[in-house]
Every structure is written in structure tokens, then in C-alpha cells.
Design a protein around this ligand. Structure first.
Ligand code: PLP
Ligand code: ZN
Length: 432
């Protein structure tokens, strides 16, 4: 192992220190959020970067899943544990993509998109889940549960199946996309359709975890955050350890925002980067409690009844509020809200470039475009937008038959089964 000391887990509210195999996801004394301080690596700066770089390219069937994982590549900063306990598909190793058309749409010279939809279950949630389920196994959990808008449940169901631990999932009835529900059921989770919204599901699962003793897999769980930090570590590695100026991401429950803030401040403290990029958190107008808070310097904690087409960020009472505020402060970040029409338009631009993403992911690009037009982001600046989920996650949102207001120019056309009909369509679309 290349680290001294050990992982420290402590309560952010009362300071209680817990064993590193704790079965608790929040403080057993006061229900406060738990903080993880990774063991201090024995090396830092260039030597640490070289350690991580030296693990690139370990692929092929011979290595363990963990040795091929874009999460466990950074294990010194994630969780100290032996290889056998790790539950990995593997995950991570997601591409950084550039498309001229999307840069033009956003209004910057060169926009890079890190596509987390390339993870095994199609969203970044896998990066947190490999660590949370590894911890569930380490503490001997007999069942694991989560509330979800769909991607957490898909990921939890998949990793729990891999670990052989029964999974319980609570999702808002009628408000989860078909792709995500299909995955969750296919991977074998006991799935409850709750008559309520995500915030109701989260309250219910927290109560269940407390009174029924199941392991909580939501991003309240600090091990999720430790795993999601690797989106940033891997991105920095792909940038040759040169920090971009801006990193844009969609923000819902603020787990990812928290992870990004923590990762950037750790990377800076360890000398992996010499300056901290600014975070741009993007919410949907109809689900923007964090943007409301930002506008008044976080004087109060806001809650709203959330409504937006971007189901993954349809959250009115973000659980990781305090950690999210800390992330904005440490990165000199900005929080804005964009309309559903702006999200849909950005998604169309990303989809039409051949890249594709789910609606919530497009909020990041919509946010960049908005800040460029306000003059806050300069066109020559180095901007990375995180695409959080795969285009197949939300088929209704892509074809336009669902909640989207904008008809697609290439909406599917039904025809008779003859060549003349094909010809007629080609002739008409050629003219338009
Ligand atoms: C979970 C999720 C988000 C929001 O992340 P939070 O950690 O809840 O802020 C955004 N996009 C997608 C695709 C997600 O699955
Ligand atoms: Zn406590």
C-alpha cells in the first residue's frame, strides 16, 4: 500500500469518530452527515500523478476488475481496502469528447464533454456505487436500499446483484424514465413505486434504514462521494494534470457537487494541480433551490416542489446542501438555473453531434451557454461539461413523444411497406 495512517470517518455535526467498517451511512448518535478523510498518501505532487499514470493501460482479461477500474486506479484517495473485497464491474475510464458543433452551440472555442454515460449502467452513479457496495460488503450488510430518480437505483441494483446482496429501491411512481426502471427491475432489485416524489422516497428510505437496519446507498452515504471524486481525478489525469478553467455539471441532490468540491480541494492540497477550477452547477428552473440559495449567499436553506423534464435533477430538497455550499465556496463556484426549453435545446445539439445524453446531462451545456452569453465565461476559456447519463436512459425525452415541448425535425414517420413511400420521404426531407 502506498499510504500511511488510515481512512478516518467522523460526523460533520457532533465530531463522533466511527470505525472504518461502520454499517452506518449517517451518524448513529445525531443522524448528521459523515465525512471521510482519506489516509495521507506517502507521495504527493508529480510522484503521486506518476503513480496514477503508471496504472493506465492495465487492461485485458488477466487483471482484476479493480485493476482496470477508473475508480480504483485512484484507490489511495478513495478507500483503503484489500482487492478481494472490491465490487467492481469495472467502471470509469470514460471519454473526454470534443465536437465543434457543440462548442459553437455553447459559444466557447473548445468545449470538452466528459461522458459519464459510458459507465456500465449508463451514468456516473456507478463510480460511487462500486465504493458503497464494497463498503456494504466490508461491514457485512444483509440488504441495501436507496431512494432514486432512476439512475441510483439502476446502479445500486446492478452492483448489489454483483455482490450478492438483496436490493430494495424506492422510486416516485410514474415519474421515472422507462430505461432506468427497466434496468432496475432487470438487475433484480425489489422495486417499490411510491405515490409521492423523490423527496418523499428519500425520507422514507432514511426511516427504513434507521428502523429496519438496511444499508443506505444514497449519496448521503459518504462512500458514494469518495467514489464520485474520481470523475475529477480521471478528468485531471486526462488533461495531463493541468486544471481547466471551468467544470460544469447538473445539480440535483448535490452529491456530485459535493464530490467535485472535495476532489478538487484534495487534488490541490496534494499538489496534483496548482489551481482550483471554478465549478458551474446547473439546475432546472423548476427545481432550483440551490440556485435560489446561491443568489442570496446561502443565507437560508431553500426547499421547493420540484418540476422539470430533467428527471435526474427533479429534486426539491437536496440532501447534501451543506457539502454543496462548501464545494461552491472552495471552488469560487457559481450556481444557475436554466429553463426546460434551454435544456431540451442543448440536448438536441449534443444528440445531433452523435454524442447523445439524457436530459439532465444537457443542463451542463445549457449552463455554459447561458454564462457565456452573460459574459461570465469567456470564449477562450478552458471549459469541461460533464455529461452525467446515457442517451438511452430516457427514450421518451429523446423521441419527443414525452414531456418535451419541442417537435423534432426528424420525428419518425410511419410509411407503407413500398419503395415509393421511402422515395417520397427522401425527396421531401432533401428539400427542407
Ligand atoms: C444523479 C444524477 C444527477 C444529479 O446528481 P446529484 O448528485 O443528485 O446532484 C444528474 N444527472 C444524472 C444523469 C444523474 O443520474
Ligand atoms: Zn453526530
Amino acid at each position: 500500500m502506498t499510504a500511511s495512517s488510515a481512512t478516518i470517518i467522523s460526523c460533520a455535526s457532533c465530531g463522533k469518530v466511527l470505525d472504518d467498517r461502520t454499517p452506518h451511512s449517517t451518524c448513529p448518535d445525531c443522524d448528521g452527515m459523515l465525512d471521510i478523510t482519506p489516509a495521507t498518501p506517502l507521495v504527493r505532487g508529480t510522484a503521486l500523478a506518476q503513480l496514477f499514470d503508471g496504472r493506465l493501460g492495465i487492461h485485458g482479461a488477466r487483471g482484476s476488475a479493480a485493476s482496470q477500474s477508473g475508480v480504483w486506479r485512484f484507490r489511495e484517495l478513495v478507500l483503503q481496502t484489500d482487492d478481494d473485497s472490491i465490487v467492481s464491474h469495472p467502471e470509469g475510464n470514460t471519454p473526454v469528447i470534443h465536437r465543434r458543433s457543440v462548442s459553437q452551440y455553447a459559444g466557447v472555442d473548445s468545449l470538452r464533454m466528459k461522458h459519464e454515460g459510458h459507465n456500465p449502467t449508463g451514468s456516473f452513479k456507478d463510480r460511487g456505487m462500486t465504493v458503497a457496495i464494497t463498503q456494504a460488503r466490508r461491514c457485512g450488510a444483509t440488504a441495501i436500499a436507496c431512494a432514486s430518480t432512476g439512475n441510483t437505483s439502476s446502479s445500486l441494483a446492478s452492483y448489489a446483484a454483483h455482490a450478492g446482496i438483496p436490493a430494495l429501491v424506492l422510486v416516485p411512481s410514474g415519474r421515472i424514465s422507462m430505461g432506468k426502471l427497466a434496468q432496475t427491475v432487470a438487475y433484480g432489485a425489489r422495486t417499490l413505486l411510491v405515490r409521492g416524489d423523490f423527496d418523499d422516497c428519500l425520507r422514507l428510505v432514511r426511516e427504513s434504514a434507521r428502523s429496519l437496519g438496511v444499508y443506505l446507498g444514497n449519496s448521503l452515504n459518504p462512500f458514494r462521494i469518495e467514489g464520485q471524486k474520481t470523475i475529477i481525478f480521471e478528468l485531471l489525469q486526462q488533461c495531463g494534470w493541468i486544471a481547466p478553467d471551468w467544470i460544469a455539471l447538473p445539480a440535483g441532490n448535490l452529491g456530485n457537487t459535493s464530490a467535485f468540491g472535495k476532489a478538487l480541494s484534495e487534488a490541490h492540497q496534494l499538489g496534483l494541480i496548482d489551481r482550483i477550477p471554478r465549478l458551474l452547477c446547473v439546475q432546472a428552473n423548476g427545481a432550483a433551490p440551490f440556485a435560489l440559495g446561491f443568489a442570496e449567499r446561502f443565507a437560508t436553506r431553500h426547499q421547493v416542489r420540484a418540476e422539470t423534464i430533467a428527471t435526474a435533477i427533479r429534486i426539491g430538497d437536496p440532501a447534501s446542501w451543506d457539502r454543496g455550499v462548501a464545494a461552491i465556496r472552495v471552488t469560487n463556484g457559481i450556481v444557475i438555473a436554466v429553463s426546460d426549453d434551454e435544456i431540451t435545446a442543448a440536448k438536441s445539439a449534443i444528440d445531433a453531434s452523435g454524442v447523445g445524453c439524457e436530459p439532465a446531462s444537457a443542463a451542463s451545456v445549457a449552463g455554459v451557454r447561458a454564462l457565456v452569453s452573460q459574459g461570465v465565461i469567456k470564449p477562450h476559456e478552458n471549459v469541461v461539461a460533464i455529461l452525467t447519463g446515457h442517451v438511452l436512459k430516457d427514450p421518451e425525452g429523446s423521441i419527443g413523444s414525452g414531456t418535451s415541448s419541442r417537435p423534432r425535425p426528424n420525428a419518425p414517420i410511419e410509411i407503407d411497406a413500398d419503395l415509393a413511400s421511402v422515395e417520397r420521404v427522401l425527396r421531401n426531407s432533401g428539400k427542407s
